[in-house]
Ligand binder design. Structure first.
Ligand SMILES: C[S@@+](CC[C@H](N)C(=O)[O-])C[C@H]1O[C@@H](n2cnc3c(N)ncnc32)[C@H](O)[C@@H]1O
Length: 241
């Protein structure tokens, strides 16, 4: 079973969105388990202090390495990587989620204030991972987002496995647009090809839309996609319909 541990000053923030819908069902089905560790219980003195002024001066407070290490060491991490969500980290991607989804689980240390003393990051081999180029108030939302993206890739978690295999980023592209009933809404029709019943034409249209969207919105993704701007064989081959 995939084990997720969160070390946090705000255990009440959990499970939050991890406790609804498919993730709730998957947890009840025994596909994953959630543990929260309250960092405050490892704090020092009467006030359970977890932070101190930054060495060298400057604004804010820094989480102490001794307190953080005691909390990390209290977790039975086993082979699970210890992730420190941090704007300085490597970017979180679908590919990283795929790697994590086949592993034993994850331990997240949710930062607060100015962040965590550098020594504990290094001594406990923490992996810094960023949710994006912006600064959150704490690591909880970032850790939950990373875990949610990972859990839905575990077989049996998503109701429809095909939906997690054929979606944005699964092949280095953004997904095509979706339509449903009614066929005409606010005078806008559903694209005719989607109502044609011609699977080959639908597939070609979706491929063309996906390509155009990726080129327009994410030229970086398009340039990096492993097959470059050429059509993949599977997209022109109706045997795969
Ligand atoms: C206010 S932020 C600290 C920002 C830090 N002083 C800096 O400039 O890089 C507090 C905590 O929020 C989390 N955090 C903030 N932005 C994040 C992001 N983009 N990705 C992942 N975690 C983030 C980290 O755990 C961080 O320790």
């Amino acid at each position: 079973m995939f084990q997720a541990s969160f070390i946090t000053l705000y255990p009440d923030a959990f499970p939050g969105p991890l406790g609804v819908s498919i993730l709730d069902r998957a947890q009840r089905d025994g596909l994953w388990a959630l543990e929260t560790v309250d960092l405050r219980t490892f704090g020092l003195g009467k006030h359970r202090q977890v932070d101190e002024k930054p060495a060298g001066g400057g604004a804010g407070l820094v989480l102490r390495p001794d307190v953080a290490a005691a909390a990390i060491d209290s977790v039975n991490a086993g082979d699970r990587p210890v992730i420190y969500p941090s704007p300085r980290g490597m970017p979180f991607t679908q590919s990283l989620a795929r790697d994590w989804a086949v592993g034993p689980g994850l331990v997240f240390f949710c930062g607060r204030f100015e962040g965590l003393d550098q020594r504990v990051i290094e001594k406990r081999n923490m992996i810094e991972v960023s949710l994006g180029d912006f600064v959150l108030a704490g690591g909880e939302v970032a850790a939950m987002a990373m875990l949610e993206a990972t859990l839905r890739l575990i077989p049996g978690v998503a109701g429809n496995q095909a939906s997690v295999e054929d979606e944005s980023f699964s092949d280095g592209r953004l997904e095509y647009p979706h339509y449903t009933l009614p066929r005409r809404w606010e005078n806008e029709p559903t694209p005719e090809v989607l109502l044609s019943g011609d699977h080959k034409a639908v597939k070609a249209w979706r491929n063309q839309q996906s390509e155009a969207l990726t080129k327009a919105r994410r030229p970086d993704l398009w340039a990096a996609s492993r097959n470059g701007p050429n059509l993949r064989a599977s997209e022109t081959d109706d045997e795969h319909d």
